[in-house]
Design a protein around this ligand. Structure first.
Ligand code: ZN
Ligand code: ZN
Length: 141
C-alpha cells in the first residue's frame, strides 16, 4: 500500500498531501453527500488528520449529522470541488474525496454506507449504453 497520496481541486488552487495509508475507503449515499457531490454518492478515504496537509484558500460548511456530530465539508471556493470532510465524532481523522486524488489506483471501496438512500439511477444495469470517453452523440430532438 502506498504511503503518500496527493490531490487537487478542478481549478488547481487547492492541493493536498496525505503521508500515510488510509484507514478505510467509504462510499456514502447520504443526503448531504449526494447534494455536495451532485451525484448519487461520494467516495472518501479516511486518513489520520495529522498526516494530511492542505494548501490553498478553502471554504467550509458545517451541518449536524443524524448522530448529532458536527460535520465540516471543505471545498474550493473557486471551482467548488469537494476536498475533504471532518466529523466531530472522529476528530483525529479527515476524509479526502477519492475523485480529487491524483492517483487512487491502489485504493478500493471497503464499505458502502447509507445504502438505503442510494438512488436507483446510481446503480446502473447492463442495459445502459457505455462509452470509453465522451461519445460523438446527442439526444434525439
Ligand atoms: Zn478549485
Ligand atoms: Zn454521506
Amino acid at each position: 500500500m502506498k504511503q503518500k497520496f496527493s490531490g487537487a481541486c478542478l481549478c488547481g488552487q487547492v492541493t493536498y498531501t496525505a503521508h500515510c495509508a488510509p484507514v478505510i475507503v467509504a462510499q456514502c449515499h447520504c443526503n448531504e453527500c449526494r447534494r455536495l457531490s451532485g451525484a448519487g454518492h461520494s467516495v472518501g478515504a479516511m486518513f489520520a488528520a495529522d498526516a494530511v496537509t492542505v494548501s490553498g484558500a478553502i471554504r467550509e460548511i458545517e451541518y449536524t449529522s443524524a448522530q448529532q456530530s458536527v460535520v465540516t465539508k471543505v471545498f474550493c471556493p473557486t471551482c467548488g470541488s469537494p476536498i475533504l470532510g471532518k466529523n466531530t465524532g472522529s476528530p483525529d481523522h479527515v476524509t479526502l474525496t477519492l475523485g480529487t486524488m491524483d492517483d487512487a489506483g491502489d485504493l478500493k471501496v471497503g464499505v458502502v454506507i447509507f445504502e438505503r438512500d442510494a438512488p436507483h439511477w446510481d446503480t446502473l444495469g447492463d442495459d445502459v449504453m457505455r462509452f470509453a470517453t465522451q461519445p460523438d452523440w446527442s439526444p434525439d430532438p
